[in-house]
Design a protein around this ligand. Structure first.
Ligand code: PEP
Length: 250
């Protein structure tokens, strides 16, 4: 039985004052959650602040990326071990913005995923196709390669300690959402690719949907059998909206 997870991806937004207000409002709003889990993935400098406010609240926190390296001469990088020091539970790896803008290839993403697991944290592995890839019929190949890179590096059983987020690139920040049926089809495809290697792991794997999820469309998406919650960008910056999405998962 999979419990639902809703994770916010704040991206490069916020400041000390606005974060404090957002985090403090989330605590009472998310208190009634019985079965669904909630988390926020915040920019690095605000992880300590987030830990301070959320510790003991039941809301988990995490980061949006981590280095593939453990330590050393990697100026500007942050290791998964450092994130563990600040109580992070989740680390997003392979977000499409990092793949497109910062050169994160499938191989680098697989290394980051392995580094996050090694530090005892849960990677949220993002996969998804561009509109051009969907329209040219290579969507499944693209997604299979993204998932298989990780299984090749860390084994299919590693997915027991991970979360996958299907985020069609054309739906991120655009206001366009995959329909529940479109999203369900890809989630079932991802689960079937994992099942080819380990059926039990596939069955237990949490697969989130991300891409313009809002309070209004969350219930229909979360009602699909292979959609186990959401990775939420823009709507995670508004406490009431994020809370309503979490309630839809509950
Ligand atoms: C994201 O960045 O992971 C995301 C899903 O963004 P949005 O919800 O704004 O489309």
């Amino acid at each position: 039985m999979r419990s639902k997870l809703v994770a916010g991806n704040w991206k490069m937004n916020g400041n000390l004052a606005s974060n404090q207000a957002l985090l403090k409002s989330l605590i009472p709003l998310l208190k009634p959650l019985a079965t669904a889990r909630a988390a926020v993935c915040v920019p690095y400098p605000y992880i300590a602040q987030t830990e301070h406010v959320l510790r003991g609240s039941g809301i988990a926190w995490g980061a949006q990326d981590a280095s593939e390296h453990e330590h050393g001469a990697y100026t500007g990088e942050v290791s998964a071990g450092m994130l563990a020091d600040f109580g992070c539970r989740y680390v997003i790896v392979g977000h499409s913005e990092r793949r497109a803008l910062f050169g994160d290839t499938n191989e680098i993403v697989a290394q980051k995923y392995a580094a996050v697991l090694k530090a005892g944290l849960t990677p949220i592995l993002c996969v998804g196709e561009t509109l051009a890839e969907r329209e040219s019929g290579v969507m499944e190949q693209v997604i299979a390669r993204q998932v298989e890179a990780v299984m090749a590096q860390s084994g299919a059983t590693s997915l027991e300690r991970a979360v996958v987020a299907y985020e069609p690139v054309w739906a991120i920040g655009t206001g366009k959402t995959a329909t529940p049926d479109e999203a369900q089809a890809v989630h079932a495809f991802i689960r079937s690719r994992v099942a080819e290697q380990d059926i039990c792991v596939a069955d237990l794997l949490t697969i989130l949907y991300g891409g313009s999820v809002k309070a209004a469309n969350a219930p229909a998406l979360f009602a699909m059998p292979d959609i186990d919650g959401g990775l939420i960008g823009g709507a995670a910056l508004v406490a009431e909206e994020f809370a309503a999405i979490c309630s839809a998962a509950n």
